[in-house]
Design a protein around this ligand. Structure first.
Ligand code: KG4
Ligand code: ZN
Length: 349
């Protein structure tokens, strides 16, 4: 049942956030949209490692087995019973549909049985909101959301007014990291290990050229499929004289090309819009080179989530849920899971 507006202003609001969109089973308790009382992240990494990638069937089964226990741990660590939770928030999109359905159904059951208000949130929006947990960030800003499934550059006037400036025309940035790592057997999870290897490599060993976009694409769009192919099948064409094919060199050169593409788009958008505040989120925002490049650029005011809040987690869901609940938003039992992102408006056709 919704509370009157004054209730939220004077009373601390504890939100339970549930995230199960991919291979992290995560539940958190966040007070007042800022104060993380618990953030349990049960990763399925070792269960997917033998297949070198996320197996959707395994992911949803593990969520079914784990979610109740993870929720209990989140409440215990926060030091409160369910009765002290004021509202619930859950990822309803985008992601693996089977995995999403587990978290969403669980949240619906819990909210209904305990008589609590709840809201379904878009997890890409939650990635964008993650840095708000740690910093007071003014609007407007440019948002850079980079994960395993999405690559979005957007202009954010408020959390209710987000306009997409550019996106990928093929693979997502994180997906390209994962595929290159998989091809070279760098290990699993690919993006994280490639980033580690890159630290000891020569980024000029292979000089990958930026893929050309097509006529219909926007100048803020990116493309990763060509770069991925170049790094996998056409190494010889891009090798600098005398460079060796070590995993470190391949990783460093690929990372530089992949991340420079993002940085270039961000700089372009800063120039066009006059907005120099940049907020990053999503798994790839953990990338060392991306973080270093943007934070060390003194012409920018950039915000990154701390490492634990870059990848999927319940705290960002609870925090965005708090924000949505404060706006008066509520979800009903008819809300369904969806594999696609929502709530982003495109600035061009
Ligand atoms: O946000 P996230 O946890 O899940 C999705 O919403 O997809 O992002 C996972 C993605 C994976 O593709 C992973 O390889 C990538 O983020 N990733 C990284 C790094 N850490 C995670 N990519 C590059 N460098 C990293 N340090
Ligand atoms: Zn994510």
């Amino acid at each position: 049942m919704p509370f009157p507006a004054f209730f939220y202003i004077v009373v601390l609001m504890n939100v339970l956030g549930i995230e199960s969109s991919c291979d992290e089973c995560s539940v958190a308790v966040v007070a007042d949209g800022k104060n993380i009382l618990s953030n349990i992240i049960a990763t399925q990494v070792e269960h997917h490692a033998p297949w070198n990638g996320v197996v959707p069937e395994i992911a949803s089964r593990l969520h079914v087995e784990w979610i109740d226990e993870v929720t209990s741990r989140a409440l215990t660590e926060a030091g409160m019973p369910l009765a002290d939770i004021d509202a619930l928030a859950v990822t309803s999109r985008p992601g693996l549909i089977g995995s999403l359905l587990v978290g969403l159904s669980y949240a619906k059951g819990l909210a209904w049985s305990a008589g609590k208000p709840w809201v379904g949130v878009d997890h890409m929006m939650a990635h964008l909101y993650a840095p708000h947990l740690e910093y007071d960030i003014e609007y407007p800003y440019l948002g850079l959301i980079v994960s395993g499934g999405h690559t979005i550059l957007c202009r954010v006037e408020s959390m209710e007014d987000v306009t997409v400036l550019g996106t990928t025309i093929d693979d997502a940035c994180g997906e390209a990291f994962d595929k290159v790592a998989k091809y070279y057997n760098m290990g699993y999870p690919g993006g994280v290990i490639l980033d580690q290897l890159a630290e000891n490599g020569d980024p000029t060993a292979f000089r990958f050229t930026e893929p050309r976009l097509h006529k219909g694409n926007h100048r803020y769009d990116v493309s990763y499929s060509g770069l991925k192919t170049a790094a996998i099948n056409q190494l010889n064409q891009f090798r600098s004289e005398g460079a060796c094919d070590s995993l470190e060199n391949i990783a460093a050169s690929f990372r530089k090309a992949a991340i420079d593409m993002l940085i270039k788009r961000v700089k372009r958008a800063v120039e066009d819009t006059g907005i120099n505040r940049v907020v990053a989120g999503g798994g790839v925002s953990a990338n060392r080179y991306l973080r270093k490049s943007l934070t060390e650029d003194e012409s920018l005011e950039s915000y990154f989530p701390s490492m634990a809040l870059c990848t999927d987690n319940g705290a960002m869901i609870a925090a965005l849920g708090y924000h949505r609940l404060m706006q008066g938003e509520r979800s009903g039992l008819e809300l369904n899971a969806a594999s696609r992102v929502s709530g982003f408006r495109r600035s061009y056709p």
